[in-house]
Design a protein around this ligand. Structure first.
Ligand SMILES: Cc1cc2nc3c(=O)[nH]c(=O)nc-3n(C[C@H](O)[C@H](O)[C@H](O)COP(=O)(O)OP(=O)(O)OC[C@H]3O[C@@H](n4cnc5c(N)ncnc54)[C@H](O)[C@@H]3O)c2cc1C
Length: 668
């Protein structure tokens, strides 16, 4: 039997190989480490944001607002702020059902990060700016320009901010009504709540909930099962005062609310039915004073653990459980049982939907800017990554295929950002016009003229475009953030603890934006109702007048004529479709309608931006936006340009012509 060989003969092809490696192998500590991208202050870095700032804010005001927005742009990225974002994400709220001794507790516990971020937003005036009204019709723009920077770092405290803003506007509207007579107590209670909601002092300030959704439906609230009964006399020994010492309302509300996102708030606006079945809106404080005998002997009327410091308890509210969610995990979203919750009726019985729509129109605008702010952060991370990540020996910024994708996303982002901020600007004009104080009319007229609308038609445009913006920005941000994740490769998909680069978190959070405050299809349904409703004719006229003032001027300009023609064609088709179709027929294609009108608004605003300011990159962005739809209208998508020219435009679209590109060029 042959002996096994002990020496292996070296194959010929290995003869010339060195026997050792020039460098040690990679390990957890050695080898390549990706230099982290450097995230910049969006106020200075984001070209889309800068264009919107220049387009909507007149130059003297730009000078006034720049220091605050610039400082805030740094603050939202500061390690101290991001540490709170991380804390809020790592320590989601929970419900302490029982205390140590087994007594029912029903206490909501939120993280320190969440509470500190709430306070930060309040101090920075994320809601208050709109009500301080320092800049007239531009106050809303200032508020939301700030909000846009805040959204991606806020860990979702912007959710209660939106409802707080909506509730403040709703209460202000009720207080200003002349057709209903508020009694002295109601006025006092609503005024006090309004003051809390619009305060910048975290100790004084309130947030508000909004309770509409029940188990049988959030889109359709007609089947609301929560009941309200007029019951001015209180049971013996029952609490009659809220936590502030103001009288509790004469309505007793009982029922079940399936989703409540601001469970830690101090008040809420809710829907309930009167005994006749009239769906009505109510104001309710969250807490009430515990009647004597005081704690520790009292059990509290709802059998809940009293807050020993203030001797208050929830106002007939029991938190059944907190929702387990894909995203927005720091937000305490709960199911609530209401049992003799004391409340005030808002307006008249049966006006519930009408009254709460004031709040919804505000929260839908918040939703739009939340979507854009989050997506903006995702894109900023993607941009920063292109400057540090190499593939096949080249930085991503030099890989045309990668930059083409980012340029496409940037074009989409810019159009959507304009759509959202156009709504914000219209809101500012509409609210300021309604103030009818000295100076407000002038402020509104100046702001409206800048938008090429007149103050009378602004409310019609706002009514049409708010659901369109809500629907489109949410969907675009979800898709856009998925693209941003992919642009970072595998790291983009990770739940990085460092919130600065956690696009996955932004993506998870963004997914709710197309559901709450009304789903995409519900927004489409709403748009059909606007166009086929009582004021449908005026709405169509308002859009037409706006197009005449904007696109109408393009028609005499050689380089803009083709774009103008496509916009006109698409609009005429929409008008024709609306005219010929029944509401039911139109609803089947509701999303197409929303997409078409949103595209028109983006095309007009991007075009106006480029035309007015002569910005070359803005011009290219506008052309690309129009060209996508223009293929249907007869415009060539690709003008037959050399791909290298397109690639250089792609880079300019992504980074702009400003500092970003300069820095990048200097470095390369
Ligand atoms: C995290 C989170 C927090 C929330 N916070 C709150 C809160 O604080 N307060 C509150 O009141 N609600 C809150 N909601 C509830 C939210 O507003 C509702 O879930 C939403 O409005 C949809 O209602 P629904 O779940 O009952 O679904 P449904 O209304 O049953 O809708 C189901 C489907 O039907 C479609 N649909 C409904 N109507 C139409 C129509 N007319 N045309 C075409 N399609 C239609 C919808 O698009 C959807 O796809 C929250 C939800 C989530 C996920």
């Amino acid at each position: 039997m042959a002996k096994p060989s002990t020496s292996t003969s070296i194959p010929a092809w290995l003869k010339d190989e060195p026997t050792t490696h020039p460098t040690p192998p990679s390990s957890s500590r050695d080898g390549f480490f990706q230099p982290p991208p450097k995230l910049q202050n969006s106020f200075h870095e984001d070209e889309a944001y800068k264009r919107v700032f220049s387009f909507y804010i007149p130059p003297p005001l730009q000078t006034d607002l720049t220091p605050d927005l610039s400082r805030f742009g740094d603050l939202v990225l500061a390690p101290t702020t991001l540490a709170q974002t991380a804390s809020a994400e790592l320590h989601p709220p929970y419900l302490r059902a029982f205390d140590t001794w087994g007594r029912p507790s029903n206490t909501l516990v939120t993280s320190e990060g969440w509470r500190k971020l709430q306070d930060l937003g309040i101090r920075e005036g994320i809601v208050a700016i709109a009500y301080e009204n320092q800049y007239g019709a531009y106050s809303r723009l200032y508020q939301f320009l700030k909000y846009h920077l805040w959204a991606p770092s806020s860990a979702g405290v912007t959710c209660p901010s939106g409802m707080t803003d909506g509730a403040a506007r709703l209460l202000a509207t009720q207080l200003a009504r002349v057709d209903i007579q508020l009694d002295e107590t109601e006025r006092k209670v609503f005024e006090a709540a309004y003051t809390h909601l619009t305060s910048r002092d975290p100790k004084e300030s309130w947030t508000s909930g909004q309770w509409m959704t029940e188990r049988q439906g959030g889109s359709d609230v007609r089947n609301t099962e929560t009941q309200a009964t007029f019951s001015p006399s209180f049971a013996q020994g029952a609490s009659t005062l809220d936590a502030d010492g103001l009288p509790l309302g004469a309505w007793s509300v009982s029922g079940f609310k399936w989703f409540s996102s601001a469970t830690d708030s101090q008040m809420t606006i809710l829907l309930a039915k009167t005994p006749s079945g009239a769906l009505s809106a109510y104001f309710a404080p969250m807490r009430r004073r515990i009647p004597s005998p005081p704690f520790p002997h009292a059990t509290g009327t709802a059998g809940l653990e009293p807050d020993s410091q203030t001797e208050t308890e929830l106002n007939g509210i029991t938190i059944q459980r907190l929702k387990s969610k894909l995203g927005t995990r720091p937000v305490p979203t709960a199911e609530l049982v209401l049992s003799d919750t004391r409340a005030y009726l808002l307006g008249a019985p049966g006006q519930g939907v009408k009254i709460i729509s004031t709040l919804l129109n505000i929260t839908r605008i918040h939703n739009s800017i939340q979507a854009m702010g989050s997506w903006g952060r995702g894109l900023a991370i993607s941009r920063a990554f292109t400057l540090v990540r190499k593939v096949r020996g080249r930085l991503l910024v030099d890989v045309p295929g990668h930059m083409r994708t980012l340029a496409g996303e940037s074009v989409e982002f810019r159009g959507m950002l304009h759509l959202a901020f156009f709504c914000v600007a219209l809101l500012g004009v509409t609210e300021t016009t309604a103030l009818s104080t000295q100076g407000s009319a002038t402020s509104a007229a100046v702001a409206a003229e800048q938008l090429c609308v007149d103050t009378d038609s602004a409310p019609y445009l706002l009514r049409l475009l708010t659901p369109i913006s809500k629907a489109l920005t949410a969907r675009a941000a979800i898709a856009g953030l998925a693209e941003c994740m992919e642009s970072l490769g595998g790291v983009g998909y990770l739940e990085n603890e460092d919130p600065e680069f956690n696009i996955a978190r932004l993506y998870r959070d963004a997914n709710v934006l197309s559901i709450w405050e009304g789903t995409t299809n519900v927004m489409a349904d709403d748009v059909v109702r606007v166009l086929k409703g009582r004021n449908g004719g005026q709405v169509v006229e308002a859009v037409k007048a706006w197009l005449d003032k904007t696109v109408g001027a393009w028609e005499s300009m050689e380089e803009w004529r083709a774009q103008a023609a496509v916009v006109r064609i698409v609009w005429e088709e929409i008008v024709e479709k609306v005219r010929r179709s029944s509401a039911d027929e139109l609803k089947v294609r509701g999303r197409d309608l929303v997409g078409g009108i949103g595209w028109i608004v983006g095309a007009v605003l991007l075009g106006e931006d480029a035309r007015r300011y002569g910005d070359e990159v803005a011009g290219e962005v506008a052309k690309r936006w129009v060209a996508r739809r223009g293929v249907e209208g007869g415009l060539e998508e690709d003008e037959g340009r050399d791909w290298r020219v397109d690639a250089s435009w792609d880079r300019r679209i992504v980074f702009g012509d400003g500092e970003g590109v300069g820095r990048e060029r200097a470095r390369l």
